[in-house]
Write a protein that binds this ligand. Structure first.
Ligand code: GLU
Length: 307
């Protein structure tokens, strides 16, 4: 892989796709947005395959995503990191939380939590059932992080100030799942810190996870990166593009057309004919003309026609 020629001392970004399916327009937008933010700042850009959720990982998806990114002309710094090979790091972080009594074993099934009430975003909110010990004759399933009342706030570069009271909106959340896998929330925090990521640019479908991740960073004494949440791409029915909503794969044989569409979605104004230019010219134009102030500030936006 061609390494960046910039030193990127102050900016290290990343793209962290989950290999649950092919690269679609929604993931391409996150890749392009994070890449251009990093390169326009003279920074580095890392690639991490988020296959911590092994049951949801699709066979061949990681290879297909990597090949598509390569054919599209993305040049990442360093080796690709796979979460599935980093379980020891997550366990070490978990043990630190356990030693400080920040986590507790929980016997509740998904069903019991779902039946007990909803948080403000409509997702089930954990009511604290096992916080002070397992109920009699119940076995531990998952491990949850205790959250204290109080708002967790951060300043999103694009979306402004975001606050969430985890205790009322989410409740104590899972860091080690009942099936033995570490939760995405823990893995992402450990990885971003260990890889020295300073700036996270990703879709706003993840914005509700950010306060949980900041809370975990504080519990583990890790630095808090800067966040920028791009509008998440939705289809004509308002659904997030994904394997479940049958998002089309990016056509890697027409990378210029896909990149130009992603640039337009991101509020940039590619000149006429860029979709027919050479791939290097497209990237050259995109990095040189990146205008963060033109990014749309909404949380969701529809995919352009045909994507
Ligand atoms: N793996 C997540 C996804 O593909 C992204 C996580 C992140 O960027 O923090 O939705």
């Amino acid at each position: 892989m061609k390494a960046s020629e910039t030193s990127g001392l102050n900016y290290r970004g990343r793209f962290a796709p989950s290999p649950t399916g092919v690269l679609h327009f929604g993931s391409l937008v996150a890749a392009v947005g994070s890449y251009l933010e990093a390169r326009a700042a003279g920074g580095e850009w890392l690639l991490r395959i988020e296959d911590v959720d092994e049951p949801r990982t699709a066979a061949g998806a990681a290879d297909s995503i990597l090949r598509t990114l390569e054919r599209m002309g993305f040049a990442w710094d360093g080796e690709v990191v796979f979460q599935s090979r980093r379980t020891g790091r997550y366990r070490a972080a978990f043990e630190r939380l356990r030693l400080s009594a920040a986590v507790f074993a929980c016997a509740c099934s998904r069903r019991e939590v779902a039946d007990s009430g909803l948080g403000t975003d409509g997702a089930p909110r954990y009511p604290g059932t096992c916080r002070d010990g397992l109920p009699p004759a119940r076995a531990a399933r998952a491990w949850r992080l205790k959250v204290e009342p109080g708002r967790v706030c951060f300043e999103d570069v694009l979306q402004g100030r975001i606050c969430q009271d985890l205790a009322t909106e989410v409740g104590d959340f899972v860091v080690l799942r009942a099936d033995g896998f570490f939760a995405y929330q823990l893995a992402v925090v450990v990885d971003d810190a260990e890889q020295g990521v300073t700036h996270i640019v990703r879709g706003a479908d993840l914005i509700d996870s950010t306060p949980r991740q900041i809370y975990l960073q504080r519990q583990l004494g890790l630095p808090q990166p800067t966040y920028l949440h791009l509008p998440a791409v939705v289809n004509a029915l308002g659904e997030k593009l994904s394997k479940q909503t049958r998002a089309q794969p990016i056509d890697e044989h027409r990378p210029q057309a896909s990149l130009t569409a992603a640039l337009e979605f991101l509020g940039q104004a590619p000149p006429d004919g860029l979709a027919e230019a050479g791939l290097e010219d497209v990237w050259h134009w995109a990095i040189a003309h990146w205008q963060r102030q033109h990014l749309p500030r909404c949380r969701i936006a529809p995919a352009p026609a045909g994507w």
